[in-house]
Unconditional design. Structure first.
Lengths: 443, 305
């Protein structure tokens, strides 16, 4: 056995040890200290894809700045909402993907994230005689269509909106139940004082996203703080405060793609695919052992190394595992064997042609290499295109599949060329087994 | 030695018949687009206590969804309706709960707007096309030292189109008889098959390249045939090992990925067959320009008599 091969063997064993150390301890849920990152389809949760209407943005800011601002505000809202490990990403020019793992009340989350959250005040409408305008069908007071304005500190007329809020909070009023209290910044207080002064003893309507929340009668001139009553539930009040704190979204969003998976379905998927993987693996090993005998045993060892290294890569980087990703992993097991099969078939041919064991192994590897290289590149091309396709519409399932298959096939080339070869040289070079029948060759 | 090249007209005839059937089913039945490609709402519901499929259909009609598609999947129901708002979804679920006096667990829920669905369908088409063209260029490059690499590439792509047509045809038939819809995962399976089919063809072509470079026989047909025979064990064994895992996934992997795995399975079989029986023999015909050998019955219908 050559010195170089001994070094390689030590290197492989060290790598295997390192990989094992990184994925242990294996318990029911986690693999290694960090565990595997599971996709929403496996751990349950929601993925929302929003499209922004950039035609409605403030023309003074760029598209990118508007999208960045919206993304950041959604991030703040989701953080406040209390979802573990949410991801919020811009997709393409005008889309935002929001992933909410394990979210229970999706309807509530949808309202919180997708609604603009624009707070404004509107004044009562009066006719020429100075009487309040009343809606003839409902008998309710009519308010103006524009936000109430006042003169700012810089002398400009400004609409009072949520942007001048310092902060908003949920509170509980003994009579009104859950309410939202708010505090203006100095400019907001300056505007609010003027508006309440001229609307004293009159109702002042509070609108959020063009929807009337309530219209309390102004009792006194107030400047720096106020409250919103609207027969809220506790959650509604909390979410409104959250929206006001994060600020109104710079552009309106439309939900164009929603995918929810219940955690129980995800757990079921994991269980079923583990069973499938186990059965598939056993079938595969039995076949390799029966057909290739000793070579098959070597292949089983290198498949073992392959499996451990693959899991280590997944837990180290970490790569998110999805259900199609698991299918890709299992598929890549089948493909990982392919490189071994190519090499073994070549080795057997060389043995039949009468070469010595050592020479047959070396020639087998060298002859099989172009086929392994050229054929796997086609799978890489398909994976890269799939990864691109998945990215164009936020299909994390498709991306998960492509990435997993790519990593799996790349690693399978490494294990076939380095691990299988080293093991085989060790077996052959050490003259452990010299009977050709053990290599599946009829003599 | 098995005479693949000598029996080529039988392979071509068999494939031609299958392909024609597939094209006819595609044209007649069309593929049933899932919500990924047409937009809409789909959900999988689990009822406790269980309800009957007919009752569920009636209840959905009563709630204003007469067009709803209802399918049983294991112990759950898959329902597909037009695109609805989150509020309408709440109303629908609580309507079903009160209507049946049952508890409903929404196992999965997807709502996709038709706008993005159209976009997705277009991108999926583009992806498959780009994949095919990229494979062609790659093979032309990989076999650039051969006299006419373009022929090699084209033969591999014809084998590839053969495989993809078979999958599409099978899913058109499945769509007709079992309402099987195609979704983003189906496209994933197709692209995987694209990679797999070319992978197999490249292994065979690699051996032809090697034998030709070594000058094993002056007759290209003999070179191709011995290359096919030499790689036969590899082709079958690799297909068998992959088949082991795909079958395990199909039988035990659960309903969510069932049709995805089924597409992979058919693709696997077609890919193995076409790389052995179509790509290689076709290359022989093209190299020798014996086009009448494709379907000898067509040119000389009475010769056999």
């Amino acid at each position: 056995m050559s010195k170089r091969n001994s070094y390689l063997l030590i290197f492989i064993l060290a790598l295997l040890g390192l990989a094992l150390w990184s994925i242990l301890p294996v318990n029911a849920k986690l693999l290694g200290p960090n565990g595997l990152m599971l996709g929403l389809d496996l751990k349950g949760g929601s993925q929302l894809l929003y499209e922004a209407d950039l035609s409605k943005k403030d023309p003074s800011i760029s598209d990118a700045a508007a999208m960045a601002a919206v993304t950041e505000k959604i991030q703040r809202r989701v953080n406040e909402f209390g979802v573990t490990e949410p991801t919020i990403q811009k997709l393409g020019l005008d889309q935002i993907v929001v992933q909410l793992p394990g979210v229970e009340n999706i309807t509530r989350a949808l309202k919180l994230i997708g609604e603009t959250g624009l707070l404004e005040f509107r004044e009562q409408k009066f006719d020429e005689n100075g009487d309040p305008v009343i809606n003839e069908t409902t008998g309710e007071l009519v308010f103006g269509n524009e936000s109430a304005t006042a003169i700012g500190k810089d002398g400009q007329e400004k609409a009072l909106t949520g942007q001048y809020l310092k902060r908003a909070e949920r509170d509980v009023d003994p009579y009104e139940g859950p309410i939202v209290t708010f505090e203006w910044d100095s400019e907001g207080a300056h505007l609010f004082e003027q508006i309440t002064k001229r609307n004293l003893e009159k109702p002042l309507a509070i609108y959020v996203d063009n929807k009337l929340i309530s219209a309390p009668v102004v009792q006194s001139v107030i400047s720096d703080r106020g409250q919103i009553e609207g027969r809220f539930t506790l959650d509604e009040a909390a979410d409104l405060a959250n929206k006001l704190n994060s600020g109104a979204l710079d552009v309106p969003l439309t939900l164009i793609d929603q995918r929810d998976v219940d955690a129980s379905l995800g757990a079921d998927s994991i269980r079923k695919s583990m069973i499938a993987a186990g059965i598939g693996l056993v079938l595969l090993l039995v076949f390799m052992l029966a057909y290739y005998r000793l070579l098959g045993l070597v292949a089983c060892f290198s498949l073992g190394v392959y499996g451990v290294l693959l899991l280590a890569i997944f837990s180290f980087f970490p790569i998110t595992l999805t259900l199609p990703g698991i299918a890709a992993l299992i598929l890549s097991l089948g493909m990982a064997v392919d490189a071994n099969v190519l090499i073994f078939e070549r080795t057997k041919e060389e043995l039949r042609a009468g070469r010595t064991l050592g020479a047959a192994v070396e020639t087998g590897f060298n002859r099989a290499w172009p086929a392994i290289r050229d054929s796997n590149i086609t799978t890489f091309i398909a994976c890269i295109i799939l990864f691109w396709l998945g990215g164009t519409f936020g299909a994390f399932m498709v991306r998960g599949f492509a990435l997993t298959l790519f990593v799996g096939v790349a690693l399978s080339m490494f294990t076939a060329i380095v691990v299988t070869r080293t093991f085989l040289r060790f077996v052959v070079g050490g003259r452990l087994v010299t009977n050709l029948a053990a290599y599946g060759v009829r003599v | 030695m098995i005479d693949f090249v000598g029996k080529k007209q039988w392979f071509f005839l068999g494939s031609a018949i299958v392909i024609i059937i597939m094209i006819i089913s595609l044209a007649a039945f069309k593929l049933q687009p899932g919500i990924d490609f047409s937009g809409g709402t789909s959900m999988t519901l689990s009822f406790t206590p269980q309800v009957e499929q007919n009752q569920l259909r009636q209840e959905l009609t009563a709630l204003g969804y007469p067009e709803a598609i209802v399918q049983r999947s294991e112990n759950n129901f898959f329902i597909r309706i037009k695109e609805i708002s989150p509020e309408a979804k709440e109303v629908l679920i609580s309507g079903l709960e009160t209507g049946f006096d049952t508890e409903i667990l929404v196992l999965d829920y997807n709502a996709i707007s038709p706008v993005i669905a159209t976009h997705t369908a277009r991108n999926a088409g583009i992806a498959v096309l780009i994949a095919a063209v990229a494979m062609l260029f790659y093979i032309v490059w990989a076999f650039r030292r051969m006299p006419s690499p373009f022929k090699w590439g084209t033969c591999a792509i014809i084998a590839l189109i053969h495989d993809v047509l078979i999958i599409l045809g099978i899913f058109a038939i499945l769509g007709q008889v079992a309402n099987v819809e195609i979704n983003a995962m189906f496209i994933t399976a197709v692209l995987t098959i694209v990679g797999y089919s070319i992978n197999n063809t490249v292994v065979v072509f690699d051996r032809i390249r090697e034998n030709r470079t070594r000058g094993s026989s002056p007759d290209f047909a003999v070179t191709v045939n011995s290359s096919l025979t030499e790689t036969l064990a590899r082709s079958l064994n690799t297909s068998l090992t992959t088949l082991c895992v795909v079958l395990a996934l199909l039988l035990f992997g659960g309903a969510t990925i069932h049709y995805f795995v089924l597409a992979l399975l058919f693709g696997l079989l077609a890919g193995t067959y076409s790389s052995l029986c179509i790509a290689g023999p076709l290359l022989v015909i093209w190299e020798k320009k014996e086009w009448s050998q494709l379907f000898p019955w067509l040119s000389f219908p009475k010769k056999a008599a």
